[in-house]
Design a protein around this ligand. Structure first.
Ligand code: FAD
Length: 348
């Protein structure tokens, strides 16, 4: 285990902002977790667990403990005729795990290729892309509980997995650390290609009967065209969630904005693409100082090199305000903003 006081978070998050944490710690094995309690002032300070920091914005210096589990390992636990059960350590890179699954003939996660980050973070936001959410393949997680100082098992049913949300992101945030994630995957490929952008790409490529490998390659190609690579252009992916509205409210909005796109979400709600709302407000490709909106994707805020967390936060508030003023819709950040009270756009 490594730990230090007053740690720079610059290289620990994909937004690359020059903030610090009062304490930073890195654990390489779950057996080291009890020492975190012995060596760091956990009772006096808030804790946040960090994977690759690709969905987080430290708006200011963090007065607590930032803890990174770098545990590695992928284990096949059991298999039957149709499925395999695999347990994966939290620090495994997500995309490499998806690729390993494909090579081993464990199917289902292809649509989630190239999402940055770690396996341990995947259930926290219930990551999703191109018509698939990780919750569809989750059996549960093993967690270290900072209160009881014990390992325990949380089955998927108890995680309250919803669109970009789970109990791990809400009430258990900073209270537990995911050490391992358990998946149930198919042994026969069932390519899921009904997401319009993916279907179009495959059809334009002349692929009528796509394999899981075709889906994996297509998703990687689409993402590489559309999204900025955080290794070169710091960003945290979609800054806001797509708002989910009751059908009646969406219908009312459509009276005023006939082009409003909607996607089914449950029986009496629809999802509205937040990127479309921002594009209508003229944000796509716009830049103010060190911060801007990505030219190919209006939901992605990018740091052009020297932005502070505070600058990114203020910029995001401008986006929020313009959507609220034009559509009356309250956008909710998908990115975790710390400290949490820093995000309060309606007060400005
Ligand atoms: C270019 C780009 C594209 C993206 N595209 C997508 C996409 O298509 N779909 C999507 O869903 N997301 C997307 N994201 C967001 C991001 O990749 C995911 O949320 C990812 O799961 C974050 O992983 P991470 O390891 O970086 O987590 P971090 O950003 O470090 O943490 C994210 C959250 O998980 C918690 N956490 C992390 N590890 C643990 C752990 N071991 N135990 C407990 N809590 C933990 C953190 O406290 C925090 O709340 C994208 C991001 C970028 C930069």
């Amino acid at each position: 285990m490594w730990y230090q006081e007053h740690v720079s978070l610059y290289g620990w998050t994909s937004f690359r902002v020059p903030t610090t944490a009062a304490y930073g710690a890195i654990c390489s094995h779950p057996e080291e977790l009890p020492y975190v309690h012995k060596l760091l002032p956990l009772r006096e300070h808030p804790v946040v667990v960090l994977g690759n920091g690709s969905n987080i914005l430290f708006a200011t210096d963090y007065p607590g403990i930032v803890l990174r589990p770098l545990f590695r390992g992928i284990h096949l636990l059991e298999y039957d005729e149709d499925t395999v059960q695999v347990e994966v350590a939290a620090g495994e890179p997500w995309h490499e795990f998806v690729y390993t699954c494909l090579r081993n003939g464990w199917y289902g996660l292809e649509n989630l290729a190239l999402i940055p980050g770690t396996v341990g973070a995947a259930p926290v936001h219930n990551i999703g892309a191109y018509g698939v959410e990780v919750s569809q393949f989750l059996e549960g997680v093993r967690v270290w509980d900072f209160t009881t100082e014990q390992l325990c098992w949380l089955p998927a049913e108890e995680l309250l997995l919803r669109y970009r949300s789970s109990i791990l992101r809400e009430t258990l945030l900073g209270k537990v650390l995911v050490t391992h994630v358990r998946f149930r995957l198919y042994r026969r490929a069932r390519p899921k290609v009904d997401y319009p952008e993916l279907a179009r790409f495959l059809s334009d490529s002349g692929i009528a009967y796509p394999t899981a490998e075709d889906v994996f390659r297509a998703v990687c190609a689409i993402r590489r065209c559309k999204l900025p690579d955080p290794a070169h252009i710091p960003n945290a992916g979609s800054f806001f969630k797509n708002p989910v509205l009751p059908l009646s409210v969406a219908e009312e909005l459509r009276q005023r904005h006939p082009a409003l796109p909607t996607f089914p979400h449950g029986s009496d709600t629809v999802k509205i693409p937040a990127g479309w709302l921002l594009e209508q407000c003229g944000w796509k490709g716009k830049r103010i100082g060190n911060v801007g909106v990505w030219q190919h994707h209006a939901l992605v805020i990018v740091n052009y090199g020297a932005a502070t967390g505070e600058e990114i936060l203020r910029f995001a508030e401008l986006l929020w305000r313009s959507v609220y003023d034009r559509f009356g819709i309250t956008l909710e950040p998908e990115v975790l903003i710390l400290p949490r009270e820093a995000w309060n756009p309606s007060s400005r």
